[in-house]
Design a protein around this ligand. Structure first.
Ligand SMILES: Nc1ncnc2c1ncn2[C@@H]1O[C@H](COP(=O)(O)OP(=O)(O)O)[C@@H](O)[C@H]1O
Ligand SMILES: N[C@@H](CCOP(=O)(O)O)C(=O)O
Length: 325
């Protein structure tokens, strides 16, 4: 469960009086997620209708100064037909608040379920949604540096230092070797745009094969567009432990993305390296969290080694099979 900051229900009820959002009926900490504290709120309006909202308190890696970028991006994407949640303004037009000593926002609740074992049809729908997101992001004026780029990976690796080997013997050496490989081979000539950068199945809400919501844009940034597809590939096309790769999902994801956005030959050629980078990025944040998560946080830490297995797979896979024919 990701709740780092505990807010009593009375405080949430008082907080809600700033909004035209009704009175609090229930507030529940949300089990999923690792970055922020999230509550699902249910309220009743004056006419007796009930409403649901997400209350997010920003922790850890989210810098308060970046919140206007995320808000503007979701306004831009929402206005262009992407199913993304709105940040809700209070009675004075303010969207960014403070609660429990943290920056906090009230956010539109979107229906849908996060799939745990995506079918190829669902992977294709995710590819289409990512392609449409990239199309909709064209013309967005905001920019945000990716704090988790290669320089950021080096910095994280240095912070984990000797603790890597407490996760698995030899892990520090593996990470150093992969960083050296990526330093030498990371492409610099591919198109850049605003990307989601964390489009895991738990950040895509679906009903059947239909995408009903894209959430959790708190890693979104300006970076290589095809790197976003690589992140999504690493998250959607493997078993949770990273031991099994599902080629049909990869082909479906790739064909959905290519149909909605298009993928150049240079992006296809660089794809295996982008996937190695994506695998290392999540290995590193998971390893850092494995070592540093506070003991009293209600959060399920994610296994770094599940991303070491993906990294190994990408390093040895036939590049031609990753996105299908
Ligand atoms: N706008 C939303 N509509 C519906 N559910 C949401 C929304 N935002 C978050 N959630 C729920 O909260 C969970 C955690 O949110 P997320 O933004 O992924 O957290 P974190 O940033 O901590 O990883 C999601 O998996 C989803 O179940
Ligand atoms: N997707 C990352 C962790 C970030 O959590 P999320 O709930 O925001 O996706 C991972 O799986 O390591």
């Amino acid at each position: 469960m990701a709740v780092y900051t505990h807010v009593p229900a009375e405080e949430i009820d008082a907080f809600l009086t700033r909004y035209d959002a009704g009175r609090l009926v229930s507030a529940k900490g949300i089990a999923e997620g690792v970055e922020n504290s999230n509550y699902l709120l249910e309220t009743t309006g004056g006419d007796g209708t009930s409403h649901r909202y997400i209350l997010t308190l920003y922790e850890k890696r989210v810098d308060e100064a970046d919140l206007p970028f995320f808000m503007d991006l979701l306004d831009h994407l929402g206005a262009r037909g992407c199913v993304v949640p709105r940040f809700i303004a209070d009675k004075s037009g303010q969207r960014l608040q403070q609660l429990g000593g943290r920056p906090a926002c009230l956010i539109e609740f979107l229906t849908g379920i996060s799939v745990t074992e995506p079918t190829p049809a669902q992977a294709r729908a995710a590819g289409v949604a990512l392609g449409e997101l990239h199309k909709a992001a064209e013309g967005f004026a905001g920019e945000r540096r990716n704090a988790l780029d290669i320089a950021g990976w080096h910095a994280l690796a240095a912070k984990c230092g000797p603790d890597f080997d407490s996760i698995a013997p030899g892990l520090g050496e593996r990470v150093a070797g992969e960083l050296a490989f990526l330093d030498a081979h990371w492409p610099s000539d591919l198109d850049r745009s605003v990307i989601h950068a964390d489009l895991f199945p738990d950040n895509v809400l679906m009903l059947g094969d239909r995408v009903t919501g894209l959430i959790d844009f708190y890693f979104s940034c300006t970076d290589l567009r095809a790197y976003d597809l690589a992140v999504t590939h690493s998250a959607w096309c493997f078993s949770h432990d990273g031991a099994a790769w599902f080629g049909e999902r990869g082909a479906a994801l790739g064909s959905g993305y290519a149909a909605a956005h298009g993928l150049t030959q240079r992006e296809r050629a660089a794809f295996p390296i982008l996937c190695r980078g994506a695998a290392l990025r999540f290995l590193l944040t998971r390893a850092y969290d494995w070592i540093n998560t506070p003991a009293d946080a209600l959060v399920t830490r994610k296994d770094p080694l599940a991303y070491l297995r993906r990294m190994d797979f990408y390093a040895s896979a036939d590049p031609a099979v990753l996105l299908g024919a």
